[in-house]
Structures are given as C-alpha cells and as structure tokens.
Design a binder for this molecule. Structure first.
Ligand SMILES: [Fe+2]
Ligand SMILES: [Fe+2]
Length: 384
C-alpha cells in the first residue's frame, strides 16, 4: 500500500494501487500465483504501538459494549459442538455433482479449443476435489489472518470497549482456524498454500501501523467478503458437517463485521478529507485483491492448466460475474454506511461501478444483520 501525505494530491492510479492499469487484465491476475516455498512460517513486520488505556470505563461506547456481552454469551466449542463423526466421501460427492450436472461442468462452448476439451469424468472429479481443497485452504488461511489482526486490534485500539470485544473475536478466530483446519485434515484430500492475491492483501493489512486500517482491511473487507462467501457455500453444499460448520462460523462473522462498522463510524467522523481518501484507496485495493483471489490460480497451476486456458474459462463463464458480484453484497453497503462511497467526488463509487458491484449499495448493512444482533450460542439458537 502506498502512503502519501500530500493533502492536495490526486487519488492514486490503478497502477500505483494494484500494479496494473486495467482492473480486468487477466494476464496479470493469473500471473500472480501463491508459492509454497516449503517454509513453515511467514513473518510480517508490523511496526505498531501497543496502546495502554487508563480509561477503564466499561460501556463508554454502548454499542460495542452490547456486542461484547453478546459475544461472551455466544461462544461455541469447535471440538465438541460439531458432528465430527459425519462420514464425508469427497470423491463420491464430486462424482455425484459431475453426473447431476448432465454436461461438462464448464459447458461445451466455454471449453472449446482449451485443454479441458479432452477432460472426462475422471479429470472433472479430480478438479472438483482440488477446487474444494483449495477453497477451504483459503478460508483457513484467511481465518488465521483474522486471528492475527484481531490480536493486533486488542493491542492497538485505544478504547477499552473495543479491546474487550476484540478479545472475544480472537477466541472466535482461533476456533475458526481450528475447525477449517480439522475439516481439511480429516474430511478432504489435501492442502493448498495461500493464494497470491490474498497473501499480498493480508501482508498489507498486517504491515499497516494504523489501527483503523487493520479494521478496514480485515473487519470490513476480508470478513465482509468471507461472510458472503460462507453464505454462498452454505447454500450450495449438501454435506451436513460442512453446512453446520459454515453456519456456526457465519454467526460469529456477522458480529465481527458489525464491530468494524460501529468502530470506524466513530473515527471516520473526525478524519480529514485526505485521510478518508487514503481509506477509500485501501478499500478499493482490498476489494480488487479479493476479487482476483477467487480465480483459483493455484489449482490451475497444480493441474497443469495454462494461464490462457484458465483465463478463457474464467472470462467467459456466464455465471462467474454474478457469483463474484454477489461476494460484495456485504462490503458495498458497509462502505456506504461509512461514507467511503461518496467522499472525494464519489471516487470509490466509480471504482465499484467499474467492478460491477455498485448495485449492492442499498443492501442492508451488517449492523442490522440478524446474527450480529442475536444472543446465545448457535446450539441454543438451533441455527442450521
Ligand atoms: Fe473468522
Ligand atoms: Fe471473523
């Protein structure tokens, strides 16, 4: 992320923000592939101040305090509250999905002239399994990003009510990493390294020393997208353990996004125009990175599919823009509520329009979400 302090400067260009001029430059999007270098960890310097507060007045921010009390009442145990005894036959599910599709999954017209033309059931089933391994791996990595970011928010945010709430979220995120990791280890057939675009974004968020940028990057953008993605997968999956796991995680995520909106609303009110512009730019960079991360680059590479073929099926799939846009159904209304869409002559509105996601601006923001306002564990609420 570029940090420029010139009050009079123009908004940064696409190239300055994301390293390319065209947001739909698919060659650039497919060129960035996450690398598994065999190391067991990855370090990011974060240069932030750990802030003590001497104002212990609990409830000074009533909305955050209310969320904290709800979070304490809504904890669940990832080891004992999910039906881990469920038998998951990943291959059988992939075969069933292939046969029910009644045609090649990507459609004849879409695969004409590509490596996929030669694929039969065996290859498509293998692809389906790889794609599921990849998807759940990215969820797991993203959850670890959230774990680190909320631990950092506990350190950096100056308000006691926010420190208290963020502490509950650290526990939530530990649980999320745990359940996705266990699902991958015991129910699926392999792991993937972090996606290249997701990795860049998480590094940027963690490296920024300003506490409100951690909130914007993680609580609003990454978690807003995760909430929508989990909801989509929950609606598509027929596997009962995964459905329950996702539903329980979603119940927590709605609170997390609401925490972000409620906290940033307060601090943005006092920010200068140049400061808000920088937040708009970061929101756009994050949105695009997350859109680009959805292309499954690491799967194509592992299966030996050329970037050109992968790009062709990605570009032309008639369902993909609808799916991709739906992922922004939480992010756009939350950015609007925070005033980020219309500041700087509507710069972010223009960017979201180019991305094809502006239609979500009048959707409900996440502070109104049922889960964010519910109280009690998922078991007590009997959510499925
Ligand atoms: Fe999470
Ligand atoms: Fe979260």
């Amino acid at each position: 992320m570029a940090i420029i302090n010139d009050d009079e400067r123009d908004m940064l260009s696409n190239r300055e923000l994301i390293g390319r001029d065209e947001i739909n430059d698919y060659e650039a999007i497919f060129d960035l592939v996450g690398v598994d270098d065999g190391s067991s960890s990855h370090s990011v310097p974060d240069k932030c101040d750990a802030v003590f507060t001497w104002d212990y007045n609990k409830g000074a921010r009533p909305k955050l305090d209310k969320l904290y009390e709800k979070a304490k009442r809504s904890q669940w145990n990832g080891a004992t509250d999910l039906p881990w005894e469920t038998v998951v036959d990943q291959e059988a599910m992939a075969v069933k999905a292939y046969r029910e599709a009644g045609q090649r999954p990507l459609g004849e017209a879409l695969i004409a002239g590509t490596q996929f033309e030669k694929w039969g059931e065996k290859e498509w089933v293998a692809f389906d399994m790889e794609y599921q391994n990849w998807t759940l791996s990215q969820f797991m990595h993203g959850e670890q990003g959230a774990l680190l970011c909320t631990a950092k928010i506990v350190e950096t945010v100056p308000w006691i009510d926010a420190k208290y709430y963020a502490a509950t979220q650290v526990m939530d995120e530990a649980r999320h990493v745990e359940v996705f990791s266990r699902y991958l280890d015991t129910k699926l057939s392999g792991h993937y390294q972090m996606n290249g675009h997701l990795g860049l974004l998480l590094d940027d968020i963690v490296a920024d020393s300003r506490w409100d940028m951690t909130y914007l990057g993680m609580q609003i953008m990454v978690e807003g997208l995760a909430l929508a993605a989990f909801g989509f997968m929950h609606s598509m999956s027929q596997e009962p353990l995964l459905r329950q796991l996702l539903r329980y995680v979603m119940a927590d995520e709605a609170r997390h996004v609401a925490f972000g909106v409620l906290s940033l609303q307060e601090i943005y009110t006092d920010m200068s125009a140049p400061e808000i512009r920088e937040r708009q730019e970061f929101a756009f960079e994050a949105a695009l990175r997350m859109r680009d991360r959805m292309q499954g680059q690491e799967v194509w590479e592992r299966l030996g599919i050329s970037k050109a073929d992968a790009a062709q099926v990605t570009l032309m799939d008639p369902d993909r823009p609808v799916f991709q846009a739906a992922l922004f159904s939480k992010i756009v209304p939350n950015c609007k509520k925070l005033g980020l869409l219309d500041a700087a002559d509507g710069w972010l509105r223009t960017k979201f329009t180019e991305m094809g996601v502006i239609a979500f601006e009048d959707y409900e923001d996440t502070t109104l979400d049922l889960d964010a306002n519910a109280e009690g564990t998922p078991m007590e609420r009997a959510i499925v």
